[in-house]
Design a protein around this ligand. Structure first.
Ligand code: TRP
Ligand code: SF4
Length: 402
């Protein structure tokens, strides 16, 4: 049984190379090892773009096409649209009841973004709730891992706190103890003893290794134990942590090392700053944009030596060039042996080469958009099956089972 990965992206504009190298490339890689759920976070886009929703509508399917172009495989990954599953909004509402206001006000991105996006009015209830909606996204699929940038760590941390609080508030039904005993009885005598031993160790010292061993045992049990159900796993996992049944699973952030690609002017790459190379830019556009890129300001004339560390083109070489080319850049730049246009050519070639398979993979979907609608349709229904099951548990746990 594979562990589950979930991540989302806001449809607020065309995808660029920063999205690809910062996130998407990693999403593609994770498909080999995990069961992956990837979704278009259109509700999240609305929290900031509620006055200009046209861009969201325009971007949704284009974004999915770019995902597929980059290598997401709809047969292996579940691809869907957040707003098509009202369960996200429902869980958000239910979690909101017991979430202290301070938890949300203290999330660092809250004040940061309010300051950064000064041209928008973000003093809204929806924007304050952004991280809680994200928690709902993650918890509804019981995701184990969430690949996100460092800036999103606090959101995953909040998600863990929300799950913990939910489980301790609602995970202890009156029948809890007897259900635990029945689940334990399905394990072999040796496994029962082993599990209880790890539980003791964890309870006394918070021993993380013990938690790992118990989790491994439960995963093994899920594969080969007669009469075992997912609920047995949830009960024992809650029993282990002393929290009651694990209705919501605490996820972990997955910060895989990604190499940052700055924009054409050295600032963060963003379409709204006009410094982005888009995944769909034609070779001509790529050439024009890179040729106009900012370089080390010390190189005013061709004869002035420069320093690659002060030049955003160098960050591109780190991604697109081999060692030999990079040596050539360092030598040529610091001795004024090469000109900046010359230096940029291998970057242009590298980007165009990288884009080629994207263009080929995207082509059938661009000519026949129904194909991408269908992929999203299938993904949405697959996601719905999981979301419904979680919501049934959540409603019952909160006493809404009538
Ligand atoms: N907040 C994320 C971002 O801005 C997008 C997002 C929404 C997300 N819901 C999520 C990411 C759930 C991971 C999991 O990038
Ligand atoms: Fe940048 Fe290359 Fe010009 Fe040096 S030679 S300043 S690294 S573009």
């Amino acid at each position: 049984m594979k562990q589950r990965v979930l991540s989302g992206m806001r449809p607020t504009g065309s995808l660029h190379l920063g999205h690809y190298h910062g996130a998407l490339k990693n999403w593609v890689r994770l498909q080999d090892e995990y069961e992956c759920f990837y979704f278009v976070a259109d509700l999240h886009a609305l929290t900031t773009h509620y006055e200009e929703r046209e861009v969201i509508e325009k971007t949704v399917y284009d974004m999915v096409i770019d995902w597929i172009a980059a290598g997401l495989d709809p047969d292996r990954s579940t691809i869907f649209i957040q707003s098509r599953l009202p369960e996200h909004a429902e869980l958000f509402t239910l979690l909101a009841m017991g979430t202290p206001l301070g938890w949300l006000e203290r999330v660092p991105t809250y004040k940061d973004q309010m300051d950064k996006l000064k041209d928008r009015d973000l003093a809204t209830y929806g924007f304050l709730g952004y991280p809680l909606l994200q928690a709902a996204d993650i918890l509804i699929y019981k995701a184990n891992f969430v690949p996100v940038g460092e800036d999103q760590s606090s959101h995953v941390e909040l998600t863990r706190e929300v799950a913990r609080r939910f489980n301790s508030l609602y995970g202890r039904s009156p029948k809890f103890e007897s259900l635990v005993a029945a689940a334990l009885a399905k394990l072999s005598k040796d496994d029962q003893r082993y599990f209880e031993k790890q539980r003791k160790a964890y309870g006394e010292t918070g021993d993380a290794a013990a938690a790992g061993k118990a989790e491994a045992l439960l995963r093994r049990a899920a594969e080969g134990t007669a009469g075992w159900t997912d609920e047995d796993g949830e009960l024992l996992s809650g029993h282990f942590k002393g929290s009651g049944k694990t209705i919501l699973v605490e996820p972990q952030a997955l910060h895989t090392e990604v190499r940052k690609l700055p924009g054409l002017d050295g600032a963060k790459m963003s379409k709204s700053y006009g410094n982005a190379v888009l995944m769909r830019d034609t070779p001509e556009e790529v050439t024009r944009k890179v040729k106009h890129m900012t370089t080390d300001p010390a190189r005013v004339r061709r004869t002035d030596p420069g320093n690659p560390e002060k030049c955003p083109v160098w960050d591109f070489h780190k991604i697109y060039s081999d060692d030999a080319t990079r040596d050539w850049v360092v030598k040529g730049c610091t001795t004024a042996g090469i000109g900046c246009l010359e230096c940029k050519q291998p970057v242009i070639d590298g980007i165009v080469r990288e884009q080629q398979p994207w263009r080929e993979r995207a082509e059938p979907y661009l000519t026949d958009p129904k194909r991408v609608h269908w992929i999203v349709e299938v993904g949405t229904e697959r996601a719905r099956t999981v979301a419904r099951r979680t919501m049934k548990d959540v409603r019952e746990a909160m006493g809404l089972g009538y």
